[in-house]
Write a protein that binds this ligand. Structure first.
Ligand SMILES: O=C(Cc1ccccc1)Nn1cnc2ccccc21
Length: 328
């Protein structure tokens, strides 16, 4: 089988996150979830949550589904890199994405979420697309929806085609040859820590010479920005007049009037180009804009988040434990 769903950015012009529809239970309850290659829990806002933690999100109601079955004695609790968190209990439930169904998917029901999630009306939860070793359910960890449907897919892959301020797609089981230009360049991934972790071959700022250097990064659709080593970030903003490491934000900002250079990353001999305009993450006051490229700080790896993803077609190939990039 193959399946395709639209990936819609929120808020419209900031692309802070991308959500896609997931159908849960019988009769179907459709919720918009963040598809997240940086984690491996499928969790949803639910009717078990305190009203104070809900602000516009659609809630999954297990009692309204004839196919939900409590996974007794199982709980989950997750914390993400930005400190956001959620936790709750587990049911087995019918989960369908783009027409592809799995009848007894471990569906994690939230009975508590942190403010970052409560204050985000666009998302009713997350669909983890990382490796199942990262799943937080105890006492027995559960498989992701992608892991569960993998044997039924026409090809053991999913393709991510996010766009800037416009709906893109997640495709399961296929690669749409009309969605990209040229060839897909693949590189092996190390999934031993549960991430889609790769080594890029270097970078280039604007039209400056390419700098060969190994960049150890995870491909993470759940992260908005492109998080890189301090030296690379410094080299980028050195080419942005008026930019600064803003003391109060602890992040690079620049004058919204600045013309941003492109950012190129290497995958082997392939060069992936992120247009300068994609590096503006948004306005923070009348004249100041927030950079889409930021310092990874003390993280053990870089993070190729949505700022990079939206400039490429990215193939997550579980069959051959590799990731592919193509221009579009
Ligand atoms: O948490 C991160 C970034 C990260 C930091 C440290 C190690 C690995 C990844 N992304 N992310 C992935 N899913 C998310 C969901 C909410 C917030 C951030 C989310």
């Amino acid at each position: 089988s193959t399946g395709i769903v639209a990936a819609t950015p929120f808020p419209a012009e900031y692309d802070r996150e991308y959500v896609a529809p997931v159908s849960l239970g019988t009769p179907a309850q459709e919720l918009n979830l963040i598809f997240d290659t940086g984690s491996s829990d499928l969790w949803v806002f639910s009717t078990s949550m305190p009203a104070a933690q809900v602000a516009g999100q659609k809630l999954y109601n297990p009692s309204g589904s004839s196919t939900s079955a409590v996974l007794w004695g199982h709980t989950w609790s997750i914390q993400y890199g930005d400190g956001s968190r959620s936790s709750g209990t587990v049911v087995n439930e019918l989960v369908t994405i783009g027409g592809i169904s799995y009848a007894s998917q471990a569906l994690e029901i939230a009975n508590g979420v942190s403010a970052q999630f409560s204050q985000d009306p666009a998302s009713s939860g997350l669909l983890g697309l990382g490796f199942s070793i990262l799943n937080t359910v105890i006492p027995t960890s559960q498989k992701t929806w992608f892991d569960n449907v993998l044997p039924t897919l026409a090809a053991p892959v999913f393709t991510v085609d996010l766009k800037r301020a416009a709906p893109g797609t997640y495709t399961f089981g296929a690669i749409d040859a009309s969605s990209y230009a040229g060839k897909i360049e693949y590189t092996p991934i190390d999934n031993s820590n549960g991430f889609w972790r790769l080594q890029a071959s270097g970078y280039q700022v604007g039209t400056s010479p390419f700098q060969p250097t190994t960049i150890d990064a995870i491909a993470d659709t759940g992260t908005t920005l492109l998080m890189l080593p301090a030296a690379i970030v410094k080299a980028y903003y050195a080419q942005v007049p008026g930019s600064q490491l803003h003391a109060s934000y602890g992040a690079y900002t620049f004058p919204c009037s600045a013309k941003l250079p492109s950012f190129t990353f290497g995958i082997g001999r392939y060069r992936g180009v992120i247009p300068g305009a994609f590096v503006s993450y948004g306005r923070i006051d009348a004249t100041t804009c927030y950079g889409g490229i930021q310092d990874q700080g003390n993280l053990p790896f870089s993070i190729f988040g949505d700022i990079l993803m939206k400039a490429q077609v990215v193939v997550f190939d579980a069959g051959r434990t590799r990731i592919g990039f193509a221009a579009k």
